[in-house]
Design a protein around this ligand. Sequence first.
Ligand SMILES: [Zn+2]
Ligand SMILES: [Zn+2]
Length: 257
Amino acid sequence: MGIFDTHAHYFKEDFGEELYGLLADLPNKNVERIMVIGCDIPTSEEQTALAEKYDYICAAAGIHPENIETLQSDWETRLREILKSPKIAALGEIGLDYHYENAPAREVQREVFVKQLELAEELDLPVVIHSRDACADTMEILREYKPRGVMHCFSYSAETAREVVSLGMYIGFTGVLTFKNAKKALSACAATPIDKLLLETDCPYMAPEPHRGERCDSSMIEFTAAKMAEIKGVSPNEMIDIANQNGRRLFFGEEDL
Ligand SMILES: [Zn+2]
Ligand SMILES: [Zn+2]
């Protein structure tokens, strides 16, 4: 098996005309599957259309907490429309982000998050959850809704990782795992059972070492996989296989090979 990058943003705005050549070439670089993720209505439409063009790409559509202030009143109707695509594998990314002082009001973030969790339940879709500096509120909502899904770019403690897993969810790690100051991510990764780990780039951001700061793409996941493999005591190829299988189980309900 090759790489399954479970969280990527291939926005035309970031990759320009190089985008199509890059996507055509990734399968030659051991990338077997990619899930592209929308963050609002326009990017959810864009990423879903991209998935419809490439066999090996699937999509998630949803409203990111940082984008709720520009939401139009018909967002839910439009999101439902996008989610009808046969290439949709999840609803996301959705969640809470209290990082910036001028972040959208917490109350409104929680409302839009919960609404999308309910929509995912109704449509029987897994969710891709984004949560930053909002651990307590996120966990409170997850305990109540117990969605099927992943907490991506995990940035909380080992203790929280254990609780997320006990709720039945998966945990995704990006290139952050390879950074020198990644102590917290390392211990959270160590605390997560190997059959609950997903690999992701969150590209174009979060390029792993030795590419930190560069524009990231899905082929760079091998550096994150190598670090994860070291933590879990398996070979990098085994780690890529196991994480791929975990992603297939979560997003496509596929049986383990
Ligand atoms: Zn995110
Ligand atoms: Zn993302």
